[in-house]
Design a protein around this ligand. Structure first.
Ligand SMILES: *Cc1c(COP(=O)(O)O)cnc(C)c1O
Length: 302
């Protein structure tokens, strides 16, 4: 079964050591989805597994998906397809006619994914829902996964992350890109949990309207000011935070999602956001492959 690619065993929780936490009686742990698989890591595996199951149901021979030149989803799909014995096609955004490549795209090719490059406009058109349906009709033996694994199967898969959250947790934190993981987890966490989403892009407030209708009545909040300059952007303070975090906690973070989230969480602690005796579980959604593009800045490798 392709869905048995990765055993469904409990990921570790790494609890942080920090004097500020002791002073405020806070418990903060990272649920280490980054350790699920070296490449198909983090939340991407949870999104992919229900999609792989669906691909298997329709007896697809090929997976087709979309992503940018640094996309964690693209490379995770490439690796999963190879492991499952499926062909893979990746449509890459905004690299039309360019000879450049990235470590992510090289890895995709290494897993046997065929890459097709599209201009930003052509890419946008291809990813529109109505065009996806047309694409589905043309490629009958192909299972199409939308950009970022953002579909119902992706939501269903990420809901499975919630069962690894200890019953004593009061807050759960997760980084937000498309919001798929946030929605999936919201549907499965205990009712009294406070679910915090940390958006990775500038102007993330627009996601509130997109996400709200898909949420059950739980206590949730998006923190939209921890983007450090925008999606995929980094700066010396963020890098210093990540290097420090690694030195003290021994945990590598990625610079696009989890580094920004943890940096903002430490600011929330200083701001007194968390009441005494809070028990926060932060989801380490992986993404460490993306650090290859800034490895010269980092004091650790993934
Ligand atoms: C893709 C990704 C996210 C965002 O997940 P969404 O479901 O798109 O919100 C968060 N963290 C990491 C490391 C990712 O690769």
């Amino acid at each position: 079964m392709v869905t048995d690619l990765i055993p469904d065993s409990a990921p570790a929780i790494s609890y942080l050591q920090d004097i500020r936490l002791q002073e405020r009686q806070l418990k903060i742990g990272l649920l280490r989805l980054d350790q699920v698989h070296p490449v198909i890591s983090g939340n991407k595996w949870f999104k992919l597994k229900e999609n792989l199951r669906a691909a298997q149901t329709i007896k697809a021979t090929t997976l087709l998906t979309f992503g940018g030149a640094y996309s964690n989803h693209l490379v995770a799909t490439a690796a999963a397809a190879q492991a499952a014995g499926l062909k893979a096609i990746g449509l890459v955004r905004g690299w039309h006619g360019q000879a450049r490549t990235t470590p992510t795209l090289e890895a995709c090719r290494g897993y046997g994914m065929e890459l097709q490059f599209l201009s930003r406009e052509a890419y946008r058109l291809k990813t529109l829902p109505e065009n996806l349906d047309a694409l589905k009709k043309t490629f009958t033996d192909t299972y199409i996964i939308p950009e970022g694994g953002n579909n119902q199967a992706g939501i269903q898969g990420t809901a499975g992350i919630a069962r690894w959250i200890p019953a004593a947790a009061t807050h759960v934190a997760v980084a937000v890109g498309t919001g798929t993981t946030f929605i999936g987890m919201a549907q499965a966490v205990q009712q009294d949990i406070r679910l915090l989403g940390f958006t990775a892009m500038k102007g993330g407030d627009y996601l509130k309207e997109h996400i709200a209708p898909q949420l059950p009545p739980i206590n949730w909040q998006l923190v939209t000011d921890g983007h450090e300059g925008g999606f995929g952007k980094h700066n010396p303070e963020l890098i210093a935070f990540m290097n420090d975090f690694y030195r003290v906690q021994g945990i590598p973070l990625d610079f696009v999602y989890t580094g920004k989230m943890m940096k903002r969480i430490f600011r929330l602690i200083d701001e007194g956001f968390f009441p005494e005796n809070s028990h926060l579980i932060c989801i380490h959604t992986g993404g460490l492959q993306g650090n290859q593009s800034i490895s010269g800045h980092l004091a650790f490798s993934h």
